[in-house]
Design a protein around this ligand. Sequence first.
Ligand code: B12
Length: 215
Amino acid sequence: MAIDLLSQITASIVDGDSDLTVASAKQALDSGIEPMIIIENALVPGMRVVGEKFSCGEYFLPNLIMAANSMKLAMQLLEPELRARQQTVKSRGTVVIGTVHGDIHEIGKSLVATMLSANGFDVHDLGVDVPIDKILSAVKETGASLVGLSSLLTTTMIMQKKVIEALAGAGLRSQVKVMVGGAPVSRKWAAEIGADGYAEDAIGAVDLALRLAAS
Ligand code: B12
């Protein structure tokens, strides 16, 4: 039953049927399935299929947009549930997060931001297509100790390196630990550009942030 429901959510993402995505996500929540299971085992796999179909020319941009919209609407339902389940009292640190300049992919970055905030971090989400200067100002204004940079395009990964260089240029590099992520990003890339850590998904991002905050 739970597996059927999760498969139905995945299929509805692939079809871009936002009404069905939201209705079945609600049904899954009501039947006691944890929100993170719904996200990781139903929504994210659906987005992966959509990406593959786009890659091989079976899907076009409108299909990506419809799938992304379905996922965003489902996230609006699931985010408060995620937060409600993982409340912590004391702040674990301040994080500035955003998708780098030139890149408008927001779903993964927002999921990481939600999970960090659900785990006690004070999160300043700068959104998408964020210019380097805005990141530097946010770090100065908030006194953040962590910066999260998301990039979903091979062409925008280089912006992660540029942000790290700009932080160093502004004398802020020793104040912050930089985490990088996004589908084309790897541990190897993170090491190459001098980032402090890489995580593959939102749960890994929380583990990484906790480790970096304690170091
Ligand atoms: C949805 C989508 C879109 C939507 C985005 C809508 C939105 N509001 O976000 C729209 C339609 C706008 C879009 C546009 C484009 N897209 Co697009 N898109 C996707 C798609 C299908 C899914 C991305 C997604 O949301 N995944 C689900 C989330 C949950 O996963 P995620 O983003 O990877 O995030 C997780 C991890 O990576 C990690 N993570 C992410 N960020 C961070 C940050 C930190 C600090 C850490 C630690 C971890 C972390 O944790 C997240 C949660 O688990 C991907 C395919 C794919 N497989 O990635 C293509 C994809 C990324 N897009 C692609 C392309 C080419 C484009 C366009 C150039 C298309 C075009 N011709 O216009 C434009 C680019 C516009 C721009 N300038 O940014 C390509 C990129 C190819 C490449 N190698 O560069 C992909 C891979 C599709 C493909 N297979 O060809 N896209």
